[in-house]
Design a protein around this ligand. Structure first.
Ligand code: SIN
Length: 531
């Protein structure tokens, strides 16, 4: 995995053989680092921590059965139904059970969750949840408030060393065990490679949205960590399942701002340019149908040139107060949601696939763990239930921390003192010259609707781009794209977020997760291209 031709050196801070190395400065990575305290931890982040993290943009909140009349079992059942037959029941039961404890932790780190007049946590309702169970902050500001609180907690925790502006390019694998990482500073523009080793490595690098032309994810979410793990030999799971959020605001911005599902929960309706409320004939729950159904409904209108628009005019009378984040996005785009409808389009939003992990966040490679969106724990099946993503991130990053503490034992509390480094000369990672073509290929052929012919053509393009990569970082990205294409082509049915126009029905024979390594994926490519 490691290129040896280039000079490699240690970053200047102290090295400890027992440190845990965490890749990623988003919710999962920071929560894991905090839960590991006082163990020594190094967090590597391509951008300043909290920035470049999808979690910071989450508008809804965290699902937890903490409201009156709600139960863990009801949360479990709603998730199983949304996941369309392939949710891992043990995983979701664990996640739903540990939700309240993790909310309590977040309160301890200073997250100002909304409360009712009696001081209880206020909970709201979202599509496909049978109960009000979304714990929120000031309407649609949960992600931002959670990340602000965690970043502040990390900065005052002496056992955590933060290396910002460090882009990890490769895992170091020695005798089959992951023992560290190779990273480049200056947001990937640095000339030297840094070798950072530790007792264990935890990956928390987020999702893949930026592999698509229209996405609600930050540019950093391009699947690099997932591809890196696959290249190191880790087992992957459910790589065909990408979730498209129905209502990104369609104003030509990249990334596309999100208009939260909670707006439809409040009664906002969808119309085309002719004024037709097009979801009514498509599903009994109309705008509150499962996310993939609404995404396909909107996609059809946009494709047909009729456009799709979210009408919040009567449903959300006090828009600015109730949905300040979406209101801000509308204002920036010159839209007044009190008087005008909001143009919307489906956008790549969440990845159900990723690095396979067990119930404690352990990957198939010794010494290597993963949490957050870069993993596929089985909690979401083929289609994630809204607001279960932040929950999954905190539950499994905490489980990793607990397991590691038990496995590598208590050590002397660490104090990195001046160990943290911010390498901020270049804050944005530069795109590979073929990134735009890759995004176009993924959107055209592996998006909301897929078919065999389009996916074969996409796979051929991806294989060509992989041959012409000449960049380790792009190798990581293209590996993830390749695995998405292979797994999508291989699954000859439609289920959840994976909809094939040539196989539009579910097939009971496919009621199972996809598990494979990159080597196994390479083995089936010739047959898939012939099929
Ligand atoms: C939303 O606010 O619509 C997104 C919530 C989620 O993806 O969980």
């Amino acid at each position: 995995m490691v290129s040896t031709a280039i000079a490699i050196h240690q970053p200047k801070a102290v090295k400890r053989s027992d440190e845990v190395v965490i890749i990623g400065g988003g919710l999962a990575g920071l929560f894991c680092a905090l839960k590991l305290a006082p163990k020594a931890v190094t967090v590597l982040a391509a951008a300043p921590i909290g920035r470049g993290a999808s979690s910071a943009w989450a508008q809804a909140g965290i699902a937890a059965a903490v409201g009156e009349g709600d139960t863990i079992e009801s949360h479990v059942q709603d998730t199983i139904i949304a996941g369309d037959g392939i949710v891992d029941e043990e995983i979701i039961r664990t996640m739903a059970t540990e939700a309240s404890a993790r909310i309590f932790d977040l309160l301890g780190y200073g997250v100002p969750f909304d409360r009712d007049l009696e001081g209880h946590l206020a909970v709201s309702r979202e599509a496909a949840h049978s109960q009000s169970r979304i714990v929120r902050v000031r309407g649609d500001m949960a992600g931002r408030a959670i990340m602000e609180a965690l970043v502040a907690s990390v900065r005052r925790t002496p056992s955590i060393r933060v290396l910002e502006g460090y882009v990890v390019e490769d895992l170091i694998v020695e005798d089959g065990r992951v023992t560290g990482v190779i990273a480049r500073d200056k947001a990937g523009a640095g000339e030297e490679l840094h070798r950072i080793t530790g007792s264990n490595v935890v990956m928390a690098t987020g999702g893949v949205g930026h592999l698509y032309e229209v996405t609600t994810n930050p540019t950093e979410a391009r699947g690099g960590g997932i591809g890196m793990a696959a290249r190191a030999g880790a087992r992957m799971a459910d790589m065909e399942f990408v979730q498209f959020h129905p209502t990104a605001i369609n104003v030509g911005k990249d990334p596309a701002p999100l208009a939260t599902e909670a707006l439809r929960g409040h009664g906002a309706t969808l119309h085309n340019r002719d004024g037709v409320r097009f979801m009514l004939p498509l599903h009994k729950d109309a705008e509150l149908a499962p996310r993939d159904v609404v995404a396909r409904g909107i996609f059809a209108e946009v494709k047909a040139g009729r456009g799709a628009f979210l009408d919040c005019r009567t449903a959300v009378p006090d828009f600015a107060a109730e949905f300040p984040t979406v209101f801000g996005y509308c204002q920036e785009a010159g839209i007044d949601p009190a008087r005008e409808m909001i143009p919307v389009v489906p956008a790549a939003h969440y990845f159900m696939g990723g690095i396979w992990t067990d119930i404690d966040g352990r990957s198939s490679l010794p010494g290597f763990w993963a949490c957050g969106e870069c993993t596929s724990t089985g909690a979401h099946g083929a289609n994630r239930l809204a607001s279960n993503s932040l929950l999954e991130a905190v539950v499994f990053s905490a489980r990793i921390a607990e397991t590691l503490k038990a496995e590598i034992g208590p050590d002397a509390p660490a104090d990195w003192q001046d160990g943290s480094i911010t390498s901020t000369e270049h804050l944005m990672e530069k795109d590979h010259p073929n990134m735009a073509l890759l995004r176009q290929t993924m959107s055209a052929n592996l998006g909301v609707l897929r078919d065999g012919e389009g996916m074969r053509s996409a796979l051929r393009t991806i294989l060509r781009l992989a041959r012409d990569s000449h960049s380790v970082r792009f190798d990581n990205v293209i590996t993830t794209a390749k695995l998405i294409a292979v797994c999508a082509l291989n699954r000859t049915e439609s289920r959840g977020g994976h909809f094939r126009t040539d196989f539009p029905a579910e097939d009971a024979a496919w009621k199972r997760r996809t598990l494979l390594t990159l080597g196994q994926a390479h083995g089936i490519i010739p047959d898939l291209l012939e099929s």
